[in-house]
Each structure stands twice: as C-alpha cells, then as structure tokens.
Design a protein around this ligand. Structure first.
Ligand SMILES: [Mn+2]
Length: 357
C-alpha cells in the first residue's frame, strides 16, 4: 500500500519535472514509510526517480526507523550539524536540477540552496495533498476508530458539565476517557469554552468556573494510529433562554442542510454556502466568522477546505468537518461533525448525541 503511494508520488514528480523530492514533514514521512517519529524530530525522506528512497534520521531515531520504516533505506546523520551535508551527498548522486520539497524551514532552505548550487529547491505540497486528501479503506478504518473515541470524549464531557466546576476539569475528564480507551493523546488542544469565553472559536480551557446559563463549547478529538477526528457540541448549563435555543436550533439546521449537500463532485464552497445562507437569513451572517469546515486526517486541518473562497471539489474518500458557528458577545456556539464523503452522500463518522434542551 505504502509502495503504491511512493510510486504515485514519483509519477507526480515526473509530471512536474522534478528530479527528486525532499520530505521533512513527519506526517508525510509516516504516510510514505509507516515510521512515526516524535514531534520535533528532524528527519528527511529523500525520494528520487530511480534510486531507492532514503530516510535520514538522527541517532535517537535510527533503530526504531530501521525496524519500522518500509520502502526506504534508513541512514543516520551523526549530529545536528551534519544533517544538511548528508542531504547534500545524497542529492549530488541524483544529478538533479530541480528538487521539490514539502516543508523546509527557512534556515534549512537557505543552507541547502547555498551548498547545492545551482540546484533549485521548489516548495510544492499539492503533490502530496493530492494523495493524502483521498483516504483508502485502511485509513477510513483508523478514522472510524478515532471517531468512536472522539464520541466517547464528547459524551463524557457533556455529562461532566455542572455548575461550579472548572473548564479544565471537564477537559481532563474528556482526555482521560479517550486516552484510557486507546487515543494517542488528543487530536488537538481540547476546547472547553464557557460563558463569554465561548465566543472564542479556539478558546482551549482555563480555570473559569461554569455558571448557570452559560453556553459551553466542547471541541475535541481523539487520535488513533496518527489519524485524527474532530467534534464540537455546545450545551447550556441549566435551562437555556429562548435566544440560546434559537441559536442552537439554527446551527443544527445549517449543519444538517450542509451535511445533506455533501457528496462526490460538489464544490466545497457550495456546501459552505448552504449553511451560510441559512445563518445569514436569520441575521447572523456576520457572526459566522469562519469557513464551514476543513479536511481531517493525519493533520487536524488539511485539504480540502469548505469555505466561500475554496476552489476544492469534494471527492470520494475525503474526510471533512461540517461546523457552522455563531459568535456573539454574550457567548458563542458551534456544532461540528466529521464526515466521510461517498459517491452520493456523506456519512457522519462522529455520532455523539446533541444535548437536549
Ligand atoms: Mn474543526
């Protein structure tokens, strides 16, 4: 399976007339080799047209990479300063003119350009996203497991909510429950945003104490074998006001209508527009301050993007979020599910119930 990915990448390189490609993004390295290193590790996967690919690792990662990485030869660089000179030696063997890359830091880019003159380094991530945005059967299985763990976290979070406890206590309950069943940490920083803080779309969690009448936005996700998931539920502590009921009802309608529009071949911006129109008609257009959704996979935000400016078209095997939100001074609300795109419909991977009010 991963061999096929590498071959597909090489085909794309040929089309774009690159002599080779330099991968440093750890999720991309995992995607092509099956080897997942710790965040912050400095690795490089060098993919050429003809020679076997080479995975370059620091000594700390070398043994694990040798055991786990498929479809490549693993080599180590002895110390931090030797990383670029090792890349230089490999690339010179390719007799390359133009090399594509996914994610070089500016300093690595400048150094490599300098020491490998006249070879040109060209950033091109599309070449990889073209592959990664379509999930295969195995990836979908992993994402469904991540979704089950995410649902569990959402349910535990909703049940934990009560007057008098702090946001971080709810976050801790959510994360413990997911981790205890096999989530690798979280897909992203857990959001428990209450009262006025619910107006921050990425409000993480603080020591604020939950009060009666607060909107509470729970935005969370699990991670399983590298694959992430994303869910948001908004609940009210105690009895909601008619205004809160109205906003939550409107979001549910917008989210459901957009969900019904999801299928292969539909423009991502059309799906965004379906939800946006419903919210605009009720006068909250200006308070829906972000795009409707984003792709999810090894990254929590990845192509395709569902927004009014997106040029993406949905394809079978995309996994995207559907998450309209309304953010008012008094507090905000958002409802989100992660959805798998099929030929004629979408499939909600997250299924945690909506709070009843
Ligand atoms: Mn999201």
């Amino acid at each position: 399976m991963r061999v096929m990915r590498l071959e597909a990448l090489q085909k794309n390189l040929k089309k774009k007339q690159f002599s080779g490609y330099l991968i440093t993004n750890l999720n991309n390295i995992y995607y092509f080799t099956g080897f997942q290193d710790v965040p912050g590790a400095t690795l490089a996967l060098l993919v050429s047209m003809d020679d076997p690919s080479i995975l370059l690792t620091p000594p700390l990662s070398y043994v694990a990479a040798q055991e786990q990485a498929e479809n490549c030869v693993v080599q180590q660089y002895p110390e931090r300063g030797k990383y670029e000179s090792k890349i230089k030696r490999i690339v010179q063997d390719w007799k390359a003119k133009v090399i594509g890359f996914d994610d070089l830091s500016i300093s690595h880019y400048l150094n490599l350009t300098q020491i490998l003159k006249p070879i040109r380094f060209i950033p091109d991530q599309d070449i990889i996203w073209e592959l990664r945005r379509i999930k295969n059967k195995k990836e979908i299985e992993l994402m469904k497991r991540a979704a089950e763990l995410t649902d569990l976290g959402a349910n535990v979070g909703m049940e934990a909510i009560e007057v008098g406890i702090r946001e971080y206590e709810v976050a801790a309950e959510i994360e413990y429950a997911m981790r205890q069943r096999g989530s690798e940490g979280t897909a992203f920083e857990t959001v428990v945003a209450s009262g006025p803080r619910s107006a921050y779309p990425h409000g993480v969690s603080t020591d604020r104490i939950l009060k009666k009448g607060d909107f509470i936005v729970l935005d969370l996700g699990a991670r399983y074998k590298g694959y992430r998931c994303d869910i948001t539920r908004t609940v009210v502590v105690g009895k909601p006001t008619s205004n809160q009921t109205r906003i939550l009802g409107l979001l549910m309608e917008a989210q459901e209508e957009a969900f019904q529009a999801i299928r292969e071949g539909v423009k991502a911006r059309t799906v965004d527009m379906v939800a946006r129109k419903i919210i605009e008609t009720e006068g909250f257009g200006k308070q829906f301050i972000h795009g409707l959704g984003h792709g999810v996979g090894l990254d929590i935000h990845e192509p395709p993007y569902l927004s009014s400016k997106s040029v993406d078209v949905l394809e079978r095997g995309n996994v995207v979020t559907d998450e309209p939100g309304i953010y008012l001074q008094m507090g905000g609300a958002r409802i989100e599910d992660t959805v798998l795109v099929h030929k004629t419909e979408g499939e909600r991977l997250t299924k945690a119930h909506y709070f009843e009010w």
